[in-house]
Design a protein around this ligand. Sequence first.
Ligand code: NAP
Length: 242
Amino acid sequence: MGFVILILGGTAEGRRLAEELVGRDAVLSLAGRTRAPLVAGEVRIGGFGGVDGLRDYLRGRRVTAVVDATHPFADRMSANAAMACAVEGVALMRLVRPSWAAHPLSETWRWVDGHDDAARLTATLGARPLLTVGRQHTPDYVADLANHDLLARVAERPSAFLPANWTLITSRGPFTLDGERALMTAHRIDVLVAKDAGGSHTDAKLTAAAERGSAVVMIRRPPSPAGVPEVGDVAGALAWLG
Ligand code: NAP
């Protein structure tokens, strides 16, 4: 029997791993929420249908190893993968960017556990927030911040209604320090809201915010599934796959 790899993606790391595995029996799975990236290898799109659907897929494709390269905040998919792989006896590794909890500025941030707390706290910390929490959760901030001059940056435009005094910009990064400085200066940002995405792809905003003395509201990651080994980069995942 061959060695069949399933990559649960939706991140830059998932895409890069898929590119590294071209020529091997590997499938990149995407939720289908955003435009599909151009990847050379095999791609499947859409949910599996919960744990049972994923178990069926693992059996049907005779998957022997799963790399969970979903975003650190995609906790439902990670939990489903942990459950399905345990039951089906399939090896599972989580590829996840190291948290910003160890970032040199982390002690200066206001850490919160979720978007509701982040929205309430942000309302008290500044008048001109920069919101960088992703398309799905941007609308969660409307109730608390509708009257703020808010700048929301998302990879793709949310479908929900957003207040007229909010400015929306779409961009995927990576973002440079000079670019982040210019953006925050142009919009006179006084508070930044971010999720602990980790890694270096989007961390320039943290330095730019500190330089201008803006408050930072940081949303903690959901807990990782218990017992699943983790690597922090694509090289680590490749080493594990052997
Ligand atoms: P989630 O809440 O953990 O997952 C919700 C459902 O979406 C899952 O139960 C699964 O549906 C489906 N799904 C998620 N990832 C999938 C994948 N790679 N392949 C096939 N189905 C997948 O996830 P989310 O937070 O909505 O994120 C959706 C996707 O966007 C993920 O791939 C994630 O890596 C990416 N992403 C998320 C964030 C974020 O902040 N959450 C940021 C950047 C990128 P079924 O139960 O039907 O299988």
